[in-house]
Design a protein around this ligand. Sequence first.
Ligand code: SF4
Length: 278
Amino acid sequence: MRGGIKSDAAIKALTTFYEKYPHYFDPEFFLDDEKGLLEQFSKRLREVGLKYNATIVPKFWMKNFQKMYTFWDGNPALLLQGVEYSEIKERILNSGKINPLHPHGFFGFREKMVSMLIYFLVEGGFADSFHFPVPIDFHALRIITAHEILTTDSGCGNLLTQEYLAAAREISLEFCRETRTNPLDLCNALWLMSRGWCRLHPGNSSEVGIYHGRKTHVGVSKKSSWTEKNTATYEKTCGMCPIKETCKFLIPSGPYYRQGRIEIRGERKEPPQMNLFI
Ligand code: SF4
């Protein structure tokens, strides 16, 4: 999650939270908006390590569950029922104004989270698979940018604009439709590739300075050179990558998570020793 908590850590903490307090996952529990419920909820989330936005998250959670109970029978799978992606998005997306008396619109749900919710509901077997844009997170953006699937005039600046995100969503949807790819498979491939391999290219590692919000310094790591260890890692990652022929750029995660930027750091290079005898 950008600037917040790592998704893996959040899921593990939520699992612990569910095991300890399952009633917080029942929309009916939130019908009584009694004083003190929110404070207790926030305290319990902190207890399991969910401290990020600990005053806002419980409020959003509670309001979303109240709407879910009132209009959707307490069942999020109904949000996906009987309509295509555009209407599903309409039902879930927070478009700026949320009316508690209207069934549409949930706090914390912009396009990426709409796709995440669809992903989890389909993956969990609560809904049939269908075409939707993959969640455009850092990992999807890294692959899309490194392979020049999308290009922009922004040059070496920050590529992370609303237009870029919208184009990335559109292209993922088109790709899945045209190649009959299950969006879940595309999500998994993007995440596995970027998190498992791309991050290990030494040019993608960063040095992060003392925390100053979006002004935190992020630079190239001193450990980015082609040491023996980095070269050996390269051989087991990029060196074996099935899409390496089209992978042109380094896209480090540091600027994204610390500064909200997608930056091209330069061309993705191979260890020089690999080309010594060419
Ligand atoms: S070549 Fe390396 S950086 Fe490019 S997609 Fe493959 S693993 Fe990622």
